[in-house]
Design a protein around this ligand. Structure first.
Ligand code: ADP
Ligand code: MG
Length: 354
């Protein structure tokens, strides 16, 4: 559906600022019906990249092909028609405050000179789809953030786009509303088989929404693949750092405080982080570890997430023995193609009971 070939973008020098190479030879292929995530830190080039797909940003090198068409060659009239078929949703919603919910969603159709009766007939099912039928005559100021974003989504869909571009669409929302918007986007993707490009700096958005992911760092793609594979075996340091943030979140704050980077006195036990993928949760792993290493393991914390319906677990265990036993356990885990590492040391007397 979308092919980016050797994309380069140079922002020219201006007002004392040097020229800036924002995209450095990006190659990406996004399949029809896919939800494709592009993740990176602030300033990595995400917004620049997504804006090249509807030519809001002109590239200075390479090609953008959408549905087989090189969009650099479109005339002005063709570009207008093309942009109608590429919906975009924004972080800050970009609604018109003087228009009602209905008026905002109707706007793209009005601009395309669609007859009034047809507009009414097309807006209603969009409001239904995003769950806002009862808010049709409200103004943006009367809506919550999540409701505003639903209006933004309905407005992007009303012209029946072939692609939906989402730039940080949940970054201004609280976690619960974020989850609802991600569920809505997934649902829309399934129902309409709509190709989506999702830009985010949050790994959890990729985990909960996307099929595929590419990691952008300093204007270049450093890693890409299926979301599950990238989560379970991140290869590039940037990806590892982004995922580490997610995994950190799995370790309760009370444990953070008692785990030291290096042993602070004799008798501290290694803490091992085990990342595993498989339907059988902790018990089999722990009992196998005890057998192999000849010591007991105490579960400190753990959680199982589901990514693309496959379980992905993280377990923090205290090895009730020395470094040699902990390392034997780690070697065993790695031999099973799972990942394990020592993340610190804990004084057994400070570990909460239970
Ligand atoms: P992201 O969305 O990942 O935070 P952007 O694509 O917005 O990153 O920006 C990438 C880089 O390009 C940044 O260094 C930014 O300062 C620069 N940049 C973005 N827009 C412009 C512009 N219009 N003119 C000059 N530099 C820009
Ligand atoms: Mg951005």
């Amino acid at each position: 559906m979308i092919r980016l070939e050797g994309l380069e973008k140079v922002y020219p020098a201006a007002r004392g600022q040097a020229a800036h190479l924002a995209l450095k030879g990006i190659d990406l292929t996004i399949g029809r019906g896919e939800i494709f995530g592009i993740i990176g830190r602030s300033g990595a080039g995400k917004s620049t990249l997504i804006r090249t797909i509807n030519r809001l940003e002109k590239v200075t090198g390479g090609r953008v092909l959408v549905d087989g068409v090189d969009i650099a060659g479109l005339s002005n009239a063709e570009l207008t028609a093309f942009r109608r078929r590429v919906g975009m949703v924004f972080q800050h919603f970009n609604l018109l405050s003087s228009r009602t919910v209905f008026g905002n969603v109707a706007l793209p159709l009005e601009l395309a000179k669609t007859p009034k009766a047809e507009i009414a007939a097309r807006v209603a099912p969009m409001l239904e789809l995003v769950g806002l039928s009862d808010k049709r005559d409200r103004y943006p100021a009367e809506l919550s953030g999540g409701q505003k974003q639903r209006v933004g989504i309905a407005r992007a869909l009303v012209a029946e786009p072939m692609v939906l571009l989402c730039d940080e669409v949940t970054s201004a929302l609280d976690p619960e509303t974020t989850q609802q918007i991600l569920d809505l986007l997934r649902d829309i993707n399934r129902r309409l088989d709509l190709t989506m490009v999702v830009i985010t700096h949050e790994m959890s958005v990729v985990r909960d929404l996307c099929d595929k992911v590419a990691v952008i760092d300093d204007g270049g793609i450093v890693e890409q693949g299926n979301v599950f594979d990238v989560f379970v075996r991140p290869e590039h340091p940037t990806t590892q750092a982004l995922i580490a943030g997610e995994i950190e979140a799995a370790l309760p704050k009370s444990l953070h405080r008692i785990i030291h980077g290096a042993p602070q006195k004799d008798g501290e036990n290694p803490v091992v982080k085990v990342v595993f993928t498989g339907p059988n949760a902790y018990e089999p792993i722990i009992s196998q570890l005890s057998r192999v290493a000849g010591i007991d393991f105490n579960i400190l914390a753990g959680q199982v997430d589901y990514i693309q319906n496959r379980p992905f677990g993280i377990l923090f265990v205290e090895a009730k023995g020395g470094l040699a036993e902990a390392e034997r356990a780690i070697a065993f885990i790695q031999s099973r193609n799972l990942s394990a590492e020592i993340i610190g040391y804990v004084d057994p007397d400070t570990v909460p009971a239970g």
